[in-house]
Ligand binder design. Structure first.
Ligand SMILES: Nc1nc2c(ncn2[C@@H]2O[C@H](COP(=O)(O)OP(=O)(O)O)[C@@H](O)[C@H]2O)c(=O)[nH]1
Ligand SMILES: [Mg+2]
Length: 253
């Protein structure tokens, strides 16, 4: 494996993930040392109340390259992602969940894909959630395709790499689960090249999943309406000229 010529920020949104956090942060350090010369690992503690905050501070002192961003209060998944992007300083920004439902080692195959793309967004294979979660994802994917024309498989999958310049052009407003669609849509409409790959999904071994909470789903729908008002639907959106520092202007898949 060739060491990437890019520097890499890895961040984890973490809300009450005391048990899985040490393992995933260690796995991130191991794979980053193998794949990149220059990296940082950021834990976004999203107002945790289970001791994750104190644990994250200890990891910052003991693990090289680890930094912590604390939210005094819970801001939601989108709020946690926005904080992560604001504090990330490297050329490429990768994020995944702190609950260890993904394998950091798959970065070996995913990271090289950015060489010919601006965004790498993965989809879950062998999904380890109850069947109704897969149904929700399928319905959501069809809805955002129909409303916005976003043709991305499993847009909510938390295994993504963005080039820094793609993020810097975005205006991000979602505090909840719509953040992934808000980002992918802006990247697609600006003409950045988006590529996809499957990654294995693993069962959550600790903590509590919150992606299927009714509050989270209702908030996502409110955010979808706001996004539709701001960015327009696939029928009303007028394409802008491609962004000036596109690495692959006009290409999107
Ligand atoms: N859902 C949710 N997740 C958060 C929040 N803040 C941070 N996270 C983190 O986002 C990731 C995904 O959350 P999870 O509940 O596992 O969602 P699921 O995998 O879709 O069930 C985990 O790493 C959480 O710790 C929040 O306010 N809500
Ligand atoms: Mg999860």
């Amino acid at each position: 494996m060739v060491v990437s010529r890019y520097s890499l920020s890895v961040f984890f949104p973490a809300h009450n993930e005391i048990e899985s956090l040490p393992g995933i942060v260690k796995a991130a350090g191991d794979i980053c040392r193998e794949l990149v010369g220059d990296f940082e690992i950021i834990i976004v503690d999203d107002g945790s109340t289970d001791g994750t905050s104190e644990l994250a501070d200890r990891l910052e002192s003991s693990e090289p390259g680890v930094r912590v961003v604390h939210h005094g209060m819970n801001r939601g998944y989108g709020g946690a992602l926005r904080s992560g992007f604001l504090s990330a300083k490297k050329d490429l920004i990768f994020y995944t969940d702190a609950d260890a439902q993904f394998d950091m080692a798959e970065l070996r195959d995913v990271l090289p894909m950015i060489e010919t793309a601006d965004v790498v967004t993965c989809y879950r294979t062998g999904r380890c959630d109850p069947w109704h979660r897969s149904l929700n994802t399928w319905l959501f994917e069809k809805t955002v395709s129909l409303v916005f024309g976003l043709k991305i498989r499993d847009p909510d999958c938390a295994y993504k790499i963005y080039r820094r310049e793609v993020i810097e052009q975005m205006e991000l407003t979602s505090d909840g689960a719509m953040i992934d669609v808000e980002m992918l849509l802006q990247a697609q409409r600006a003409g950045y090249r988006i590529v996809q790959r499957g990654v294995r999904h693993y069962p959550r071994k600790s903590g509590m999943p919150s992606g299927a909470n009714i509050r989270v789903i209702l908030k996502a729908f409110r955010e979808m309406i706001r996004l539709w008002r701001r960015l327009g639907s696939r029928l009303t959106h007028r394409p802008r000229p491609a962004a000036p520092h596109n690495t692959h202007p006009g290409a999107s898949e």
